[in-house]
Design a protein around this ligand. Structure first.
Ligand SMILES: [Zn+2]
Length: 261
């Protein structure tokens, strides 16, 4: 099999080989089809972070590359359900877990469609990484497209729930995105999967905390790399906790964006 046919198979959709291992090491690790069976016997299966990468990727190539962490240029996305605390005090637990499941599933769908990985989930929130281990030169754009999908899918799912009795409190999702350099690796002695750390991650998280329901907040760096996708964004000057200079965030409103498409 030639390299071209391998990447051809691995491009998008249900990849037959792990796209992370291919992009990072040019090693074809089968994750679907009969060739994947012997690998499964050795515990190498599809990752829960993204079904097109494998569990070797989850160890961030620590044993293969003999490095405990790597530096990468990436786009980090945070999303959470706005007003979740208010909600959790007012509805029954079964309903609450139903809402969290809808949110997590729809977010993963949007993130996977654009080659990101769901790196961490935190109940009513999550963190995604773009450009590692699946390489996307247009990672800022991929993350914004994922965020637009998240807003659309979550609005449809949450809108279908009968939550009128919440007293007009809107139930929606806020997203924050920032692009820059990160350190990727396993930083915990008791957890065996990787994450990203550094100022880029902190800024993405702070932006998300300022996003209203239905909003996507982009850092100037992400907006600059995204070109036309961020052209209609409005500007909002934000003072963010732990960040010295005010940040000129660009705001995409899902409802405005979708009506223009
Ligand atoms: Zn892999």
């Amino acid at each position: 099999m030639t390299a071209a046919s391998i990447t051809g198979l691995a491009h998008r959709g249900d990849a037959r080989i792990c796209r992370g291992c291919w992009d990072q090491m040019h090693v074809p690790i089968p994750i679907r089809g009969p060739l994947a069976l012997p690998f499964r016997a050795f515990g190498i299966t599809r990752s829960k972070m993204n079904p097109n990468i494998c569990t070797i990727c989850e160890r961030s190539f620590r044993y293969v590359k003999k490095q405990s962490h790597v530096a990468a240029s990436a786009t980090i996305l945070f999303a959470d359900i706005r007003g979740f605390t208010h909600l959790s005090e007012r509805i029954e637990r079964v309903r609450l877990s139903q809402i969290v499941s809808l949110f997590q599933d729809r977010c993963a769908e949007g993130i996977w469609a654009h080659d990101g990985i769901v790196n961490k989930t935190m109940g009513d929130g999550l963190m995604a990484i773009f450009n590692f281990p699946i390489v996307r030169k247009d990672h800022a754009e991929a993350a914004i497209r994922a965020a637009l999908d998240i807003q659309r899918l979550c609005a449809d799912a949450l809108g279908s729930l009968d939550l009128d009795w919440l007293g007009g409190q809107p139930l929606g999702v806020g997203v924050g995105i920032h692009s820059g350099d990160v350190e990727i690796g396993e930083f915990s002695s008791f957890r065996s999967d990787f994450t990203a750390i550094g100022g880029t991650v902190n800024l993405a998280s702070r932006l998300e905390s300022q996003a209203e329901a239905g909003e996507i907040l982009l850092s100037p760096e992400t907006a600059m790399q995204a070109g036309a996708l961020a052209a209609d964004a409005t500007t909002r000057l934000l003072t963010l906790k732990g960040i010295e200079q005010p940040v000129e965030a660009r705001v995409l409103d899902h409802f405005i964006v979708s009506s223009k498409q």
